[in-house]
Design a binder for this molecule. Structure first.
Ligand SMILES: Cc1cc2nc3c(=O)[nH]c(=O)nc-3n(C[C@H](O)[C@H](O)[C@H](O)COP(=O)(O)OP(=O)(O)OC[C@H]3O[C@@H](n4cnc5c(N)ncnc54)[C@H](O)[C@@H]3O)c2cc1C
Length: 423
């Protein structure tokens, strides 16, 4: 089949790779001039298969209001909020208060995470890509005794799903992370032993290159204007090229992996995708003293900031902000992220000299991504991955390819069904 994938973020590129590996002819359409230039560009770099959870978390709803008013709090919102923001928040509350839904969705996401890890390992073995990545584990620090206690509960679910983890004392944490000599409070940590890291942008570009050598066609600077369909099938897509002209490309099937912008393409076919751009920030900086830097990824629960070692660089990332598609980077956000790094890894890098970034998590109001068949028999969706698109990309690419080929997916996709928002 000739399959068009719309979007060359990490999700679109991994999808193209899986489809090509299965013998399909694949064309990827991307409006930017290269792969991975939107949300996949500067994320926190965690492949946190053991940590995936839905956005609509009932316990977080209670913490959200105090967080909004705390100076260095992890949650921010524009005031007054836009209609889109309010609509998204109300939908989130509805899902958060649906009895039992959080647990079901969390398990579904974790099962997809386990599959994703398997697919990443296979892909890395097959292609040997270089993207400053590995699977050395992640540490979630506990800066209070209560947080440490809550990790025991987390471990029960990890044990249920067979995901290896360990509770560590502060001494054990410092053995694993000798650079952690800062004065941030530390009562211990939960180690997700088989989780990983990696530069998602580098991975997306390297994988796109590998796909090109295998025959996948990437058309950059090419905006998909709309999907061309009759009542039953998609027949192609209309694109606008960088010279301003339009063209219609024929396809046997289409996969929409256009992140926050996916809904524009499905709305004319009757499918609303309530994907909201949940903003976050990061900075990336060369290490000055690698011995003082993280060995792997550290989630600092004190500031809700993630610090990750990417080769000879540090990436630090934080914040969940409801501010529509605003791309400003306020100094106050960067200052909080710097504070977290300094409180754990002082002197590891010249943080003032960092390259800064902001991006939008393509978030669904309940939390699971949107993976499955769309409103036409040959239209497929792999989008709306919110906080965990890097982590779940390899797994979701695998299951959407299985669906396209008429196979039973390796992971149950009920929680991810595209039509659930209208139910
Ligand atoms: C601050 C921050 C930290 C994060 N940390 C992590 C983390 O540690 N681990 C993790 O797993 N995830 C993390 N994420 C989430 C992760 O980055 C995203 O889920 C993931 O990048 C989404 O990938 P995507 O391919 O779906 O979307 P994108 O990367 O946004 O790609 C979509 C692509 O579609 C293209 N496109 C859209 N519309 C069209 C059109 N009409 N025509 C042509 N092209 C189009 C866009 O240009 C874009 O390139 C984080 C996100 C943020 C913001």
């Amino acid at each position: 089949m000739h399959i068009i994938v719309v979007g060359a973020g990490v999700v679109g590129v991994t999808t193209a790779y899986e489809l090509q590996s299965r013998g399909h002819q694949v064309t990827v359409l991307e409006r930017h001039s290269a792969a991975g230039n939107e949300t996949s560009r500067g994320n926190a770099a965690q492949r946190s298969y053991g940590v995936v959870y839905p956005w609509a978390d009932p316990s977080m709803v209670l913490k959200a209001v105090p967080w909004l008013f705390k100076k260095d709090g992890p949650l921010k919102m524009s005031v007054p909020p836009s209609m889109e923001t309010l609509r998204f928040m109300f939908a989130t509350l509805r899902y958060a208060w649906s009895p039992g839904l959080f647990g079901l969705n969390k398990r579904a996401m974790m099962r997809l995470g386990i599959h994703s890890r398997e697919r990443f390992l296979a892909l890395e073995k097959a292609l040997g890509l270089r993207f400053d990545g590995g699977h050395q584990g992640l540490l979630h620090l506990a800066s209070t005794p209560e947080t440490l206690e809550s990790y025991r509960e987390t471990q029960r679910l990890l044990d249920e799903l067979g995901i290896p983890s360990r509770l560590l004392t502060p001494e054990q944490v410092r053995e694993l992370e000798p650079g952690m000599i800062g004065d941030g409070p530390l009562y211990g940590a939960l180690s997700y032993d088989t989780d990983g890291t990696g530069d998602c942008h580098l991975f997306s570009r390297e994988l796109a290159k590998a796909c090109e050598t295998k025959g996948v066609q990437f058309r950059y600077n090419t905006e998909t204007e709309h999907l061309v369909a009759d009542d039953r099938r998609i027949t192609g897509v209309t694109i606008r090229k960088d010279d301003g002209t339009s063209e219609t490309l024929e396809a046997d099937a289409v996969v929409v992996s256009a992140g926050c912008w996916s809904g524009h393409l499905t709305r004319p076919l009757g499918l609303e995708l309530p994907i909201y751009p949940v903003k976050g920030y990061s900075f990336t900086v060369p290490l000055k003293d690698p011995g003082r830097a993280p060995v792997s990824t550290i989630h600092d629960d004190n500031y809700k900031v993630v610090s990750t070692r990417l080769g000879d660089r540090l990436r630090a990332s934080g914040f969940v902000e409801l501010n529509d598609f605003n791309r400003d980077i306020p100094e106050a956000r960067l200052a909080t992220i710097r504070k977290s790094v300094e409180s754990r890894f002082p002197g590891c890098a010249d943080l003032e000299a960092a390259e800064t970034w902001t991006g939008f998590r393509p978030m669904t109001p309940d939390g699971p991504a949107i993976i499955g068949r769309g409103p036409r028999e040959n239209l497929f969706l792999n989008t709306g991955h919110g906080t965990f698109g890097w982590t779940l990309s390899a797994g979701s690419a695998s299951v959407i390819s299985q669906l396209i080929d008429g196979e039973a997916p390796s992971v149950c996709l009920d929680a991810f069904r595209p039509g659930r928002f209208a139910e």
